[in-house]
Design a protein around this ligand. Structure first.
Ligand SMILES: *[C@@H]1O[C@H](CO)[C@@H](O)[C@H](O)[C@H]1NC(C)=O
Ligand SMILES: *[C@@H]1O[C@H](CO)[C@@H](O)[C@H](O)[C@H]1NC(C)=O
Ligand SMILES: *[C@@H]1O[C@H](CO)[C@@H](O)[C@H](O)[C@H]1NC(C)=O
Ligand SMILES: *[C@@H]1O[C@H](CO)[C@@H](O)[C@H](O)[C@H]1NC(C)=O
Ligand SMILES: *[C@@H]1O[C@H](CO)[C@@H](O)[C@H](O)[C@H]1NC(C)=O
Ligand SMILES: *[C@@H]1O[C@H](CO)[C@@H](O)[C@H](O)[C@H]1NC(C)=O
Ligand SMILES: *[C@@H]1O[C@H](CO)[C@@H](O)[C@H](O)[C@H]1NC(C)=O
Length: 561
C-alpha cells in the first residue's frame, strides 16, 4: 500500500509508463449534491412502430424485460414518451386496428426510416397496458398537420385507453400530452411558412381555410390545438395530466427565437392551455453525423464536450425553473441520422450515455429520455428481430434477434448508482483530468457509492498499450470515512466493440433481455484505491466497516481490516 502515499512522480516510476495516478476528493456529506430521479434514465419511442415495442397479440417480453430490469434496480420504471417525429404524421381512423404505416424507401444511410404517414386506431393506444406497472407515460399528438380533428380524435383515444381497467389497474398513468414535435423545424420541413417564430407558434389564431386568410395568418397555433386537446382530455389545474412545453429540436436561447424563453415572452404560460404546462422538454443530439469513425467516437465520449453540450442549455434551464417549471431532455441520443454507424452502436457510446445521463441532473435536467426507434443505430434496446443491417441497410443472412446494444449497460449502471431510496443525491466529483469523470451518491445524507468513468477511447485500431489510471480517494468534510468497498467494473474489449461487454461479471446480452451469469464484485480496502483502464467504468459501493464481508466472498484477510 506504500505507493498510495507516494507523490505522483514516484507512482510513475513505480508503475509501467502507461499508468497514471490521480487523487480524487470525495465529500463525505451530501451538501452540494442534487436529488436524482430513480427514472432519470427514461425512453422516447418513435411511435410509427409503437405496436412492435409493446407487442400486439402478445406482450413484447424483451422490451418489457428491458424496462422491468431497471425498475427492479431503482424501484421505478423508466418514463416512456411515445410520439416524436411520427406524432406529427399521425392521424386517427376508428377503422384501423393498431397502426397502418407508409414508409419511405430505406437507404444505406437511413436503413430504418420513420413512416411518412401513420394512421392509428384505438388499440394502438390501448397497448400502453403492456408497460410495467406504475409506468408514467407521455404521448404526442399532431400539431404540424394543421388538422384539429386529428389531434382531437387522437386525444380522445388516448384518454379512453388510460381510463381502461387494464391500464388503471396496472397504475400506468398519462402524465403529459405533447402537442407537436420540434415545431422549430416546421419551416424547414414545410409544415409552416416563414416567418414562424414564437409569435406565430403561440397565440390564438383566427383559423380560416380561405386562401387569403392562409396567406396572411396561415395556420392554427399551439394555443388553438392545445385549447381543443386540453378540453377533449378534460385537463384542468387539478387534473393529473398536464401539458409539455416546447419539445423543440434546438434552442435559440433568446426571447425572440424558438426557445423556452421565446415562448414565455410570447405569453404561452398566460394562455388557458399554456397554464397547464408544467414541464419544458428540450431535444438534443450531440451533432449529426451520418457516417462514423474512431475520432468521432472519441469526440462523443470526451468529458468536456459532454459537459458543453449540456451546459449550452443553462439559460433555458434557468428561465424554465424561474417559471416554476421542470426541465427535461424529452428526446436525446448521440448523433442524429438515427446514430452514426460504428459510433452510436458501440461500447464507447455506453460510456458517453452514462456520463451524459449523470451530468444532466447536475445542471437541473431532471430526466433524460433516450430516443429509440426500430433499427436505429443509437438504440439502447432493439426490441424486435431485424432483417437488414442497422449500419448500411444490407440484407442480413438471418434475422438478428431482439437484443441490447452496449448503451443499455449505461442505463443499468446509472440505476445501480442511484439505487432504490427514491431520494438519492449525487454530486459530480471535481477531477482534474480530461478523461476521468466521477460522481458520488448519497443515501440519507451518507456517502454510499462512487462511480468513475474513463472516457479515453481504446479502439480496436489503437496501437499503443491500453492506459490505466490509479485513483486514490481522499475523503473531505465531516462523516465517517469508509474503509471497505465493493467494486463492480464495466469490462469493455474495445471502445468500438458492439457486443461482449460485462458488468460485474454479468451480461445483459441474452435472448430474453434478462441478466445472466453470477455477479462478481470484488471487496477491497478503500485505501488501496482502484485502477481504471481506458474505456472503463467502475462503481464503488462503500460497505459498513466489517459487516457481511464473509457473505460477500470477501478476499480480504481480517488482518487487513
Ligand atoms: C421506392 O422504390 C421503388 C422501387 O425501387 C420505386 O419504384 C419508388 O419510386 C421509390 N419510391 C420513392 C418515394 O422513392
Ligand atoms: C395517409 O394515409 C391515409 C391512408 O392511406 C390516407 O387516407 C391519407 O390521405 C394519407 N395522408 C397523407 C397526408 O398523405
Ligand atoms: C375540438 O375539435 C373537434 C373536431 O374538430 C370538435 O368536434 C370539438 O368541438 C372541438 N372542441 C373544442 C372545445 O373546440
Ligand atoms: C383531418 O383529420 C380527419 C380525421 O381523421 C380527416 O377525416 C380529414 O380528412 C383530415 N383533413 C385533412 C385536410 O387531411
Ligand atoms: C457536442 O459534442 C460533440 C461531440 O460529440 C461536439 O462535436 C460538439 O461541438 C459539442 N457541442 C457543444 C455545443 O458543445
Ligand atoms: C422482418 O421480416 C419479417 C418477415 O417478413 C417481418 O414479419 C418483420 O416485421 C420484419 N422485421 C422488421 C423489423 O421489419
Ligand atoms: C494497480 O495497478 C498496479 C500496476 O499494475 C498494481 O501494482 C496495483 O496492485 C493495482 N492496484 C489495484 C488497487 O488494483
Amino acid at each position: 500500500m506504500l505507493h498510495l502515499m507516494a507523490p505522483i512522480a514516484f507512482s510513475f516510476a513505480f508503475f509501467s509508463s502507461a499508468v497514471n495516478a490521480l487523487d480524487v476528493s470525495v465529500p463525505l456529506s451530501s451538501s452540494g449534491a442534487v436529488t436524482v430521479s430513480p427514472s432519470l434514465c427514461s425512453f422516447s419511442i418513435e411511435q410509427d412502430r409503437w405496436p412492435d415495442w409493446a407487442g400486439t397479440t402478445t406482450k413484447n417480453t424483451f422490451f418489457y424485460n428491458a424496462l422491468e430490469n431497471l425498475k427492479q434496480i431503482t424501484g421505478e420504471p423508466p418514463w416512456i414518451r411515445i410520439g416524436a417525429d411520427s406524432e406529427d404524421h399521425t392521424n386517427f381512423n376508428p377503422a384501423t386496428e393498431y397502426a397502418d404505416d407508409i414508409f419511405p424507401n430505406y437507404t444505406a444511410t437511413v436503413p430504418y426510416p420513420e413512416a411518412s404517414n401513420i394512421t392509428v386506431g384505438s388499440k394502438f393506444y390501448q397497448l400502453v397496458s403492456r408497460l410495467p406497472a406504475n409506468t408514467h407515460v407521455w404521448w404526442g399528438v399532431n400539431l404540424r398537420a394543421d388538422n384539429i380533428t386529428a389531434a382531437y380524435l387522437e386525444t380522445k383515444a388516448i384518454v379512453q385507453a388510460f381510463a381502461s381497467s387494464a391500464v388503471k389497474s396496472a397504475g400506468i398513468t398519462l402524465d403529459f400530452l405533447e402537442i407537436g414535435n420540434e415545431a422549430d423545424l416546421y419551416v424547414n420541413n414545410k409544415g409552416r411558412v416563414a416567418p414562424y417564430g414564437p409569435t406565430q407558434y403561440v397565440p390564438e389564431q383566427v383559423i380560416s381555410h380561405s386562401y387569403a386568410a392562409r396567406c396572411s395568418n396561415p395556420l392554427p397555433s399551439w394555443v388553438n390545438i392545445a385549447t381543443n386537446v386540453s378540453s377533449a382530455a378534460g385537463l384542468s389545474s387539478t387534473s393529473s395530466t398536464k401539458l409539455i412545453g416546447a419539445a423543440f429540436a434546438s434552442s435559440s436561447h433568446t426571447t425572440t427565437g424558438m426557445s423556452p424563453q421565446g415562448i414565455f415572452a410570447a405569453g404561452i404560460l398566460k394562455t388557458k392551455p399554456g397554464a397547464l404546462i408544467t414541464t419544458i422538454s428540450q431535444h438534443h443530439y450531440s451533432g449529426s453525423f451520418c457516417s462514423g469513425n474512431g475520432d468521432l467516437l472519441q469526440n462523443l465520449m470526451t468529458k468536456s464536450t459532454i459537459r458543453s453540450n449540456l451546459t449550452s442549455f443553462l439559460p433555458d434551464i434557468t428561465a424554465s425553473q424561474a417559471q416554476g417549471l421542470d426541465y427535461v431532455l424529452g428526446e436525446t441520443n448521440s448523433y442524429s441520422c438515427h446514430g452514426a454507424p460504428g459510433v452510436s452502436n458501440t461500447a464507447g457510446a455506453a460510456l458517453w450515455a452514462l456520463d451524459y445521463l449523470l451530468y444532466a441532473p447536475q445542471i437541473g435536467i431532471s430526466r433524460v429520455f433516450f430516443h429509440e426507434g426500430i433499427g436505429y443505430k443509437y438504440n439502447l434496446i432493439q426490441p424486435v428481430a431485424l432483417n437488414r443491417s442497422i449500419l448500411d441497410g444490407s440484407a442480413l443472412a438471418k434475422p438478428l434477434a431482439p437484443h441490447f446494444q452496449p448503451a443499455y449497460y449505461a442505463a443499468i449502471i446509472a440505476a445501480e448508482a442511484i439505487g432504490k431510496t427514491g431520494s438519492t443525491k449525487a454530486v459530480e466529483l471535481t477531477i482534474g483530468s480530461p478523461t476521468i469523470a466521477g460522481y458520488a451518491f448519497y443515501e440519507s445524507g451518507t456517502l454510499a457509492r462512487v462511480l468513475l468513468i474513463n472516457s479515453k477511447a481504446y479502439l480496436s485500431t489503437t496501437t499503443t498499450s491500453r492506459g490505466s489510471v490509479h485513483v486514490s480517494l481522499d475523503f473531505t468534510g465531516s462523516g465517517t470515512t469508509p474503509r471497505v468497498m465493493e467494486m463492480k467494473k464495466l469490462i469493455i474489449g474495445h471502445a468500438d466493440d458492439t457486443a461482449g461487454l460485462t458488468w460485474g461479471g454479468q451480461t445483459y446480452e441474452t435472448s430474453t433481455g434478462l441478466v445472466s451469469g453470477s455477479e462478481s464484485a470484488l471487496v477491497t480496502l478503500v485505501a488501496s484505491g482502484v485502477n481504471i483502464s481506458d474505456t472503463e467504468a467502475i462503481l464503488l459501493q462503500f460497505l459498513p466497516p466489517t459487516a457481511g464481508l464473509q457473505e460477500r466472498g470477501c478476499r480480504l484477510k481480517s488482518a487487513e481490516l
